[in-house]
Design a protein around this ligand. Structure first.
Ligand code: DAH
Length: 338
């Protein structure tokens, strides 16, 4: 038995594979079901107990040696083939899979760029806010039904701490901390206690705009919004302003853009011909006063829009929930748009 092991060992020592086929044959000869080592292990069962220790050791050493020999040869052969046969410089490179921007990020960036071009800065505020910045300073009296327009998430039993329901809270912070002229937009996440459906979500994104200076008029607001709509939706875009109500602006309005059906009516505009895009108005003098700005000296306009809604219109997306599901089949569709 020991002699047989010795012979097998010597033969393995002298072996070098010229190609992968030879190496595979070597593996089968030694380690295969009917291979040398397998049959030696079978013979091992019937040798006298006294010899078992020594022979077993030799047999194991042989097995380890053969396994190492196979690895060693395989390494040599793959290196060889890398540099000779299969290295083809004319092959196209492996395709790199890159990610894409989320549609919300794309629209947010586009809107920021549009307003940056006419001198608006960017300001941010906290998502966890107090009652003052979200409601009271914006002329929502306590217990006033206007607060019901925005169903609020409260953080604790303390009704003063809440998740901001709109980014209008940032205009309060900006006015409290800066003197006019102020020209800023505030993008950010907002939260409302609303049932999730194709049209609404409890988390979404808004951009608030604020311009305060001497002699700012409704004409400035209208001109700014028209510029914005044409930049975002195309030069032929038509806008219209409808009267509306917000506690923090007086007068208040809502801006619609003419639908891509050109007013003939379609499903997107619910057959009205117009798409609602944002709320706006002249900053209420009470708000200016609350924020430490003299309403006799300064006037201002403000507007607020929902990014999800604009992206729905721009990319004809049917369901707002798609934005939050992280489904790559949805997200990949935006990879070609920069
Ligand atoms: N904050 C309002 C909302 O979330 C949007 C808005 C309307 C903002 C009119 C404004 C504005 O600044 O003037 O519904």
């Amino acid at each position: 038995m020991e002699k047989k092991i010795e012979e097998a060992y010597l033969r393995a020592q002298n072996f070098t594979a010229n190609d992968l086929k030879e190496l595979e044959q070597f593996r089968i000869d030694y380690l295969g079901k009917k291979g040398i080592i397998t049959s030696l292990f079978n013979d091992f069962k019937s040798i006298p107990a006294a010899e078992k220790k020594k022979t077993g050791k030799l047999l194991n050493e042989l097995k380890v040696y053969v396994q190492e020999k196979i690895l060693e040869n395989a390494e040599g052969l793959t290196k060889q083939s890398d540099y000779s046969t299969s290295f083809d410089l004319t092959l196209p490179a492996n395709h790199l899979i890159t990610g894409s921007r989320h549609p919300i990020s794309m629209v947010r960036k586009e809107i920021i760029d549009i307003f940056s071009r006419i001198g608006f800065t960017i300001s941010e505020g906290p998502e966890i806010e107090d009652d003052w910045h979200v409601f009271s300073a914006l002329n929502f009296p306590e217990e006033h039904p206007a607060r019901d327009m925005q169903d609020t998430f409260f953080i604790s039993k303390n009704p003063d701490i809440l998740l901001r329901t709109h980014t209008s809270s940032v205009q309060v912070r900006v006015m409290e901390n800066n003197n006019p002229p102020i020209r800023t937009i505030s993008p950010g996440r907002v939260f409302r206690n609303e049932a999730i459906s194709a049209r609404s979500h409890c988390i979404f994104h808004q951009i608030e705009g604020l311009y305060v200076d001497t002699e700012v008029s409704f004409a400035d607001l209208k001109q700014t919004l028209e510029y914005f709509a044409k930049e975002l939706f195309g030069v032929d875009t038509k806008i219209r302003l409808r009267p509306s109500f917000f506690p923090f602006t007086e007068p208040s309005g809502e801006m619609d853009v003419l639908c891509s059906c050109k007013g003939t009516g379609c499903r997107l505009c619910k057959y009205t011909g117009w798409l609602e895009v944002l709320g706006c108005g002249m900053v209420d003098p009470n708000v200016l006063t609350d924020c430490g700005i003299d309403p006799n000296k300064y006037t201002g306009f403000a507007f607020g829009l929902g990014i999800e809604r604009i992206a729905l219109l721009k990319y004809n997306i049917k369901d707002i929930r798609l934005y939050f599901e992280n489904d790559v089949r949805f997200l990949n569709q935006f990879s070609s748009i920069v």
